[in-house]
Design a protein around this ligand. Structure first.
Ligand code: ADP
Ligand code: XUL
Length: 548
């Protein structure tokens, strides 16, 4: 029985999952996590992010705030610590056939001209981290929490002919955290550091390079978080590359399909931790890996994550792009595409309503039980915090026909608003959603999931997967290995382990779904009004309430 290792280097931690595969059955036999802050206090990170004073050192810039950096050396340290743990786990590690990985998207790692040679000659007598500073042309890596590149976004957008063209070609308009604008900022502010850079890796391809001891490719899934890849061809898009930084094409890794064998686990690891010469399958970003880890390998199935923020993502057969510019299209590890839209007022907004009335989650659920679908035409637009979708910089909560004194109606209003907003802002994906895998903390709440089922008219399942990105990476290792062996398994078999429990199914109620079908366009009118883009929808809500 073969073993497959999946790693996930996220913002705050490194997770490893080992799968044992018997024919077409897989089970998790190892699952461990290392928190960067706790395991590596010497780097001084807070939630995985370097303190700004140390980051401002050599090359990094604190020009206008909003910077967020992490440490490529710390990630290497964590990789060694985790592989040491896997090696000492008591598993028969010689059965590890393939390894793949997931990494936080958008972050970039800058390597100098010596890196490629040095990576192939790492010294197994020395810790990996001690050999990293010599290969870096920039000590720190900007990560996705960085929001300091607005002017670079504007410059790149203008140079390629506008936001619509950039979104159409790369899957997203320019976003501050995306890799291209981050590279432009470095090239502009530290031309010497940029000149000393031979290769710019994403976090995923950097860590894969450390495993194979060579320059690893980037996969189309993670490359689509750069504002640099042509989604339709899966190659770097010259116009964006040229608009971003001088001679950038020479510095970017090759883009190869997600299932490519990037190499073999290098002699360094074989000697240092005793792991076998396993295949290393190209790494990808955490969102593409989660798509696999949650089991979303057909169009019509989506995941809705109800965490700190709320996110919807799912597979798309075609690269359809969000005309409003808030959603993202990434390449999917299956060779297809995925759409993703993020809402910042998720659990946070639910908690604000909960706190306002001194409710427990049980009280909150009870309020949903005693109020009718459609809330008698009482609507909330719950922008307690700045919102990503739609873009709202100045937070404000809007209420239509809704008194702040009516606790139960406010609970229903926040939950209905969130679900209708997710449904409305997922329409650009043009996917008929029949099944939703609900994840995140609030997926524990059955009454919230019932509203979700009724708004979408879809079956909702509570996903049982906790580390979806690491699991997705392990499943991708398995898939890549079967392909390399010439005995490929279909994705539906590979992801069977992620199939949610049928006992958790929540079915939509046809009458309530009809109510929401009628309410949705009026909700959209409320949102347009709150954005200052449309007339007051109160009369429409009154008509809705009198019919209901
Ligand atoms: P993160 O995005 O930080 O990983 P989680 O997915 O762990 O967040 O979700 C945590 C949130 O889940 C909490 O902040 C809380 O608001 C919410 N939560 C937990 N239990 C319930 C419940 N029964 N009903 C609604 N929300 C809940
Ligand atoms: C996606 C995004 C985050 C990172 C880190 O665009 O910025 O989800 O991938 O998790």
């Amino acid at each position: 029985m073969k073993l497959y290792l999946g790693l996930d280097s996220s913002t705050q931690s490194l997770t490893a999952i080992v799968l044992e595969v018997n024919g077409t059955d897989a089970r998790v036999v190892f699952d461990a996590s290392l928190s960067f802050d706790e395991a590596f206090p010497q780097y001084g990170t807070d939630h995985g992010v370097l303190p700004s004073a140390s980051a401002a050192h050599d090359g990094a810039d604190v020009r206008d705030g909003g910077e967020a950096f992490s440490s490529p050396t710390m990630w290497a340290d964590a990789l060694e610590a985790m592989l040491t743990r896997v090696s000492a786990s008591g598993l028969d590690i010689n059965r590890i056939a393939a390894i793949s990985g997931s990494a936080q998207q958008h972050g970039s790692v800058y390597l100098n001209g010596d890196a490629e040679r040095m990576l192939s000659h790492l010294d197994p007598a020395q810790p990996l981290a001690s050999q990293i500073p010599a290969i870096l042309s920039r000590r720190v890596a900007p990560i996705w929490l960085d929001s300091s590149t607005s002017s670079e976004c504007a410059e790149i957008t203008a140079a390629v002919g506008g936001a619509a063209i950039l979104a159409q070609r790369t899957g997203s308009r320019a976003f501050e955290r995306f890799t291209g604008p981050q590279i432009r900022k470095f090239a502009t502010l530290d031309p010497t550091g940029y000149a000393a850079t031979a290769r710019i890796h994403l976090v995923s391809s950097y860590l894969a390079s450390l495993l194979v001891g060579a320059d690893a490719p980037v996969d189309p899934g993670d490359a689509s978080g750069a504002n640099l890849m042509d989604l339709a061809t899966g190659h770097w898009w010259d116009a964006a590359v040229d608009a971003t930084a001088p001679r950038l094409a020479d510095r970017l890794p090759a883009i190869l399909p997600s299932w490519s064998v990037a190499g073999t686990l290098s002699l360094y690891w074989q000697a240092r931790v005793g792991l076998p010469p396993a295949r290393v399958i190209a790494w990808s970003g955490d969102n593409p890996c989660s798509l696999i880890g949650v089991g979303l390998v057909r169009e019509g199935r989506v995941a809705v994550s109800l965490g700190t923020s709320d996110t919807i993502f799912g597979l798309m057969k075609e690269p359809r792009v969000d005309p409003s510019g808030t959603g993202h299209v990434f390449a999917a590890p299956t060779g297809e595409y995925m759409g993703l839209t993020c809402f910042s007022n998720g659990s946070l907004a639910r908690e604000r309503v909960q706190d306002a009335y001194g409710f427990t989650w049980t009280d909150f659920s009870r309020a949903l039980e005693i109020t009718p679908a459609g809330n008698q035409g009482r609507v909330m637009i719950p922008w307690f915090e700045p919102e990503i979708t739609p873009a709202v910089a100045e937070p404000r909560v809007h209420r239509y026909r809704l008194s702040p004194d009516d606790a139960a109606a406010n609970v229903r209003a926040v939950v209905e608003a969130q679900q209708m907003s997710i449904a409305a802002h997922a329409q650009w994906m043009s996917v008929t959603i029949d099944t939703i895998h609900a994840t995140g903390g609030a997926a524990a709440n059955k009454e919230i999931l019932q509203v979700m089922a009724d708004v979408f008219g879809a079956e909702v399942y509570r996903s049982t997967v906790s580390n979806s990105a690491a699991l997705g990476a392990a499943l991708r290792a398995w898939h890549g290995d079967t392909l390399a062996e010439g005995t490929p398994l279909p994705w539906s078999t590979i992801v069977a382990i992620a199939e949610p429990n049928v006992a958790s199914r929540i079915s939509p109620n046809a009458a309530r779904h009809a109510v929401y079908r009628e309410l949705l366009p009026i909700y959209e009118a409320c949102e347009a009004h709150a954005l200052g883009r449309g007339p007051d929808p109160t009369a429409a809500l009154e008509r809705f309430a009198s019919r209901a």
